[in-house]
Design a protein around this ligand. Structure first.
Ligand code: B16
Ligand code: MG
Length: 211
C-alpha cells in the first residue's frame, strides 16, 4: 500500500448535523416532512441527489431546474454559515495523530469527498496542509457509488488503484472504492458493511492496516 484516501464528512469531520439543520430549514419553509432518519440517506450523496431525496415527500407542482438550483443555493448558504463556526477543535486528537503517523511512515494522503465545500471545511479545521491531494465535488461529474472521486484522487497522487486504501463511512463510498479497484475500509455507519475489506471501530486502527 502506498496511499490512504479519506472521505471527509463522517470520517475526518462530522458535518452531517450541519447538513441536517440546513436541509431542515429549507424543508420546513416548503412544508416538507424531513427528519434525522431521512438525513441518514444523504450520507455521501451529492447535493443535487440529496435534494431529490428530500423532494420525495413534496406533493406540490413539479419544480423547475431553476427553482431546484435556487433551493440548493439557499441550503448551501445556510450550511456554509454553520461550517464557518468550525475550528481545529472539531477534529479529534486521534484523527490528527493518526494522520501525522501515516505521513511520517511515508504514505501519501488524500481526500476523496463528494462535497464542494471540502477545502473550506479543511481550512476551518486546520487540515488543509495535511493532505497531498484533494479530490472533491468540484472535480467530478459522477458521484459515489461511481468510482470517479477516488480514481481522480489516486491520479492526483500518482499512485495505482491497487496501492490505495479508501476510508469511508457511507455504503455508497465503499461501493465506489471497490469499483475503483481499491482496498475499502468501513468506519462509522459503514463499519457494518460486508463489502468493506476491513471494518474498524476507531480511526487509529488504520495504523494496523498496512501492507
Ligand atoms: P456539499 P462526503 C458528502 O460529503 C456528504 O456526506 C453529503 O451529505 C453531501 O450531500 C455531499 O458531501 C455534498 O456536499 O453540499 O457540501 O457539496 O461524505 O463525501 O465527504
Ligand atoms: Mg462520508
Amino acid at each position: 500500500m502506498k496511499a490512504f484516501i479519506f472521505d471527509l464528512d463522517g470520517v475526518i469531520v462530522f458535518t452531517d448535523k450541519f447538513h441536517y439543520q440546513a436541509w431542515k430549514k429549507m424543508a420546513d419553509a416548503m412544508g416538507i416532512y424531513f427528519d434525522e432518519v431521512i438525513n441518514n440517506r444523504l450520507r455521501g450523496v451529492s447535493r443535487a441527489e440529496s435534494l431529490e431525496i428530500i423532494l420525495e415527500r413534496y406533493d406540490g407542482e413539479p419544480l423547475s431546474d431553476e427553482k431546484k438550483a435556487e433551493l440548493m443555493e439557499e441550503k448551501n448558504n445556510t450550511y456554509r454559515k454553520l461550517l464557518a463556526t468550525m475550528t481545529p477543535a472539531d477534529v479529534t486528537d486521534e484523527v490528527r495523530d493518526t494522520l501525522k503517523k501515516l505521513h511520517e511512515q511515508r504514505y501519501k494522503l488524500a481526500i476523496g469527498s463528494s462535497s464542494r465545500n471540502a477545502k473550506f471545511i479543511l481550512e476551518k479545521v486546520g487540515l488543509l496542509d495535511a493532505f497531498d491531494a484533494i479530490s472533491d465535488g468540484n472535480n467530478i461529474t459522477h458521484s459515489k457509488p461511481d468510482p470517479e472521486v477516488f480514481t481522480k484522487a489516486g491520479e492526483f497522487l500518482g499512485v495505482k488503484p491497487k496501492e490505495c486504501v479508501v476510508v469511508e463511512d457511507a455504503y455508497a463510498g465503499i461501493d465506489a472504492a471497490k469499483a475503483a479497484g481499491m482496498t475499502a475500509v468501513g468506519i462509522g455507519d459503514a463499519a457494518g458493511y460486508a463489502k468493506a475489506d476491513y471494518q474498524i471501530e476507531s480511526f487509529r486502527e488504520l495504523l494496523a492496516i498496512q501492507g
